[in-house]
Design a protein around this ligand. Structure first.
Ligand SMILES: N[C@@H](CCC[C@H](N)C(=O)O)C(=O)O
Length: 289
């Protein structure tokens, strides 16, 4: 067995990922190994990890293998598993193109949140069909220090609390997860978005991600924000019959989010591969099992 494991590093609007190509699902990636790889000082560094596996070779994806050859086994930076990662899907698609496994145009990627349709455009942007948002009933509240805001509970496959605030600085340093109540609304934890208006159908966010901390971007979070903003602005496409597009500025760039009258959401943004390298297998297997 080789003593080296290939990896790549990539990002989408500066939400950065360690990418581990492993078509036959042969590389054991325990939560502690993932956390070690994502560590920014002792490891490679990343908000999360994209484990690239053939759907047919992964027990969680075998039933999607006829629709999507590749499964995005996404992990958060702390080693936990999440249902979906929007920026991750774009970067995953870019990796497949980089590796010569797909070409420009349309493809499908299996995720824990179902099969996602992806378009790799000539201009370099990547568009992902993110599915429909769930809008669980019930009020939720986000608190930072002395301030609290009513928030919208939005599910994009993974859970989000979206709070509209006057100033993104009011989110504070986001070194710890902002409390969200009632906790029962999010039994598996939550990603929290703080949002300000920048102009008509144009917002900006900061995000604290479950399992990663504050990140420079969150694709599912941007979708959740666009959905919450459309409901707040009286622009729900299911009601108006007209698609609505929000420009969502994130600390690491810009995403365009369109919601259609049937509820389907599309996200468009960049995806970049920045480096390739090799992981020392002994380090991975002995130090972090
Ligand atoms: N950065 C991602 C979301 C990653 C998962 C999230 N931290 C969770 O635990 O739900 C994105 O771009 O969507």
């Amino acid at each position: 067995m080789s003593t080296r494991i290939a990896f790549l590093k990539g990002h989408g609007t500066e939400n950065d990922f360690v990418i581990v190509p492993d078509p036959e699902n042969a590389v054991g990636l325990s939560p502690s190994a993932v956390a070690a790889l994502c560590d920014r000082r002792a490891g490679i560094g990343g908000d999360g990890l994209l484990h690239v596996v053939r759907s047919a070779a992964h027990p969680e994806a075998q039933d999607m293998a006829s629709d999507a050859e590749w499964f995005m086994d996404y992990r958060n930076g702390d080693g936990s598993i999440a249902e979906m990662c929007g920026n991750g899907v774009r970067v995953f698609a870019r990796y497949l193109q980089h590796a010569g496994l797909v070409t420009e145009g349309d493809l499908a990627i299996a995720t824990r949140g179902g099969v996602k349709r992806v378009h790799l455009a000539k201009d370099g942007d990547v568009t992902v069909g993110m599915g429909r948002a769930g809008l669980p009933e019930g009020d939720v509240t986000v608190t930072v220090g002395e301030r609290s805001w009513p928030a919208r509970n939005v599910n994009m496959g993974n859970p989000h609390a979206v709070a509209f605030v006057d100033d993104l600085a009011h989110a504070g340093n986001l070194l710890t997860p902002p409390p969200v109540s009632p906790a029962a609304a999010y039994p598996d934890g939550v990603n929290v978005e703080f949002v300000v208006d920048r102009g008509p159908r144009h917002v900006a966010l900061r995000v604290h991600e479950r399992g990663s901390g504050e990140t420079r971007s969150c694709g599912t979070g941007a979708c959740a924000v666009a959905v919450a903003a459309a409901r707040r602005d009286g622009a729900d496409p299911a009601v108006t019959g007209t698609p609505v597009t929000y420009t969502v500025d994130v600390p690491g760039g810009r995403l365009l989010i369109t919601e259609r009258p049937d509820g389907e959401i599309e996200m468009t943004g960049p995806a970049v591969i920045v480096a390739t390298g090799e992981i020392d297998r002994e380090w991975l297997e002995t130090a972090f099992r």
